[in-house]
Design a protein around this ligand. Sequence first.
Ligand code: FAD
Length: 308
Amino acid sequence: MLRSTLLAASRSRGVRRLVEANPLTKPVVHRFIAGTTPDDAVHAIRSLAAQGMYVTLDHLGEDTLDAAQATTTVRAYQRMLRTLSETGLTDRAEVSVKLSAVGQFLPTDGEKIALDNARLICEAAAQAGTTVTLDMEDHTTTDSTLGILRDLRVDFPWVGAVLQAYLHRTEQDCRDLATEGSRVRLCKGAYSEPASVAFQDKGEVDRSYVRCLKALMNGSGHPMVATHDPRMIAIATDLAARAGRSPDSFEYQMLYGIRPEEQKRIAAEGGRLRVYVAYGDEWYGYFMRRLAERPANLAFFLRSLITQ
Ligand code: FAD
């Protein structure tokens, strides 16, 4: 109930105005978001790299219905990729892209525009010497996103995708994508989805996550285990060992600011750990999804508004 209310609020312009206008929001937001500028992102990458970790960078923005805004987002990614190259950080950092931020929802030719824009970002990544992962949004976009992935991988076989274990279809998608060179980030899923397409019970989502992990670990692609759940992490480690995988043939991924001690532990023990670092001005939707994932975060947020 609380989760779906927060996810509904994440799409409400009224609540967005209220949250953004409150000056006390900022310090809490900074727990999850590295800052607003490329320099802030570079600072976060350097600090995580010094601890042996890798990064995927998200220039915040989603759901644009404006072609000019989509182009602005593409330029921001191109600038960021140039910065990564100039600062020698491409061996530590790649980028994550939401197709809705580069035109997928535009009423005319949205899918084609998103593909063309994603291609521009992939070209910039190829020049810089790094990779791109396509984030996954709500279930109405899954087919379109996987279609765009297929097209991009013809020229850029290293483009990765995200699959969400809460969707009924995902186990099969994992089997289909567990092929040589295929980078798949498996997460539980962050959106509010109907029972017709998604498991509603947390136990069922976890069981689906394990089935998906098995498909990915036993395949020949590069699984990216995106979860903060200690049980899922332990199961992934075990499945990777049983499949005879070397530590660099798969990776763990977590969000910036969430379970940082566990992030350090995995990296210190020789696991490949990548942190999803979000930066930029459009932090509202991302921030609200993080609150929805954990009631304690909401309590922390409300308490800080009261006590500051
Ligand atoms: P949960 O069962 O939700 O949590 C397990 C434990 O992790 C909790 O008990 C708590 O200790 C800790 N935890 C989890 N979330 C939080 C939080 N917000 N704050 C503090 N502690 C927390 N979802 C998408 O739908 N599309 C994507 O493209 C996408 N990309 C992602 C990329 C990465 C690298 C990661 C890590 C997640 C991504 N997600 C994405 C979000 C994901 O779907 C989940 O919503 C999120 O990771 C919480 O699920 P969990 O697996 O951590 O397990």
